[in-house]
Design a protein around this ligand. Structure first.
Ligand code: SF4
Ligand code: SF4
Length: 137
C-alpha cells in the first residue's frame, strides 16, 4: 500500500484518541517488529500488532480498525514484555477494541439470550469475562 506522509496524518485525532485510552506513547514505536514476532496469535492475524500501530500513527483509522488483530489478541502481554520502547501493546489492542465498541453504530457480537441452554454453566469463567471485555461495552 502506498502511503503519503503528511503532518496532518502523523498528528491525527485517531492516534491521539488511542493514546489517550491506552495511556501509551505510540510515537515511541520504531517498528522493530518484536511485538509481532513474539505474538502467539500473529499467525491468524491479518496484520501484526506493529502494523496496526503504524496504521494508527498514520491516521489510517479505517485500516487500523478494519483488521482482526485486536479482536484476536489474547491479552497475554508477550508483546508488552518484548517491546524495547516500553510500550504496553496489549493496552493499545484494548484501546482499539474500545474505540470500535464506543462507536454509536457498533453491533454487539455477543447476544446472551441466544446462548444455548446450559452453555453459561459450562463456559470457563475466564473465557466468559474475556469475551465480555472484547465484544460488549
Ligand atoms: S516491539 Fe515496540 S517498538 Fe517494536 S514494533 Fe512493537 S510496539 Fe514498536
Ligand atoms: S497481548 Fe495480544 S498482541 Fe500482544 S502478544 Fe499477546 S496476543 Fe499478541
Amino acid at each position: 500500500m502506498k502511503i503519503e506522509l503528511t503532518r496532518h496524518k502523523v498528528h491525527n485525532e485517531f492516534a491521539k484518541k488511542v493514546e489517550l485510552i491506552s495511556g501509551q506513547n505510540l510515537f515511541a514505536c520504531y517498528q522493530c517488529g518484536n511485538c509481532t514476532a513474539g505474538c502467539p496469535v500473529a499467525f491468524a492475524m491479518e496484520v501484526g500488532p506493529h502494523e496496526v500501530i503504524r496504521y494508527t500513527l498514520l491516521g489510517l483509522e479505517e485500516e487500523a480498525l478494519g483488521v482482526n488483530t485486536f479482536w484476536l489478541c489474547a491479552s497475554c502481554l508477550q508483546c508488552t514484555s518484548r517491546c524495547p520502547k516500553g510500550i504496553d501493546i496489549a493496552r493499545v489492542m484494548d484501546a482499539l477494541r474500545s474505540v470500535v465498541l464506543r462507536k454509536k453504530e457498533r453491533k454487539d457480537h455477543i447476544q446472551i439470550p441466544e446462548f444455548p441452554e446450559g452453555f453459561l454453566e459450562r463456559l470457563p469463567q475466564i473465557a466468559f469475562v474475556s469475551g465480555f471485555r472484547k465484544f460488549l461495552s
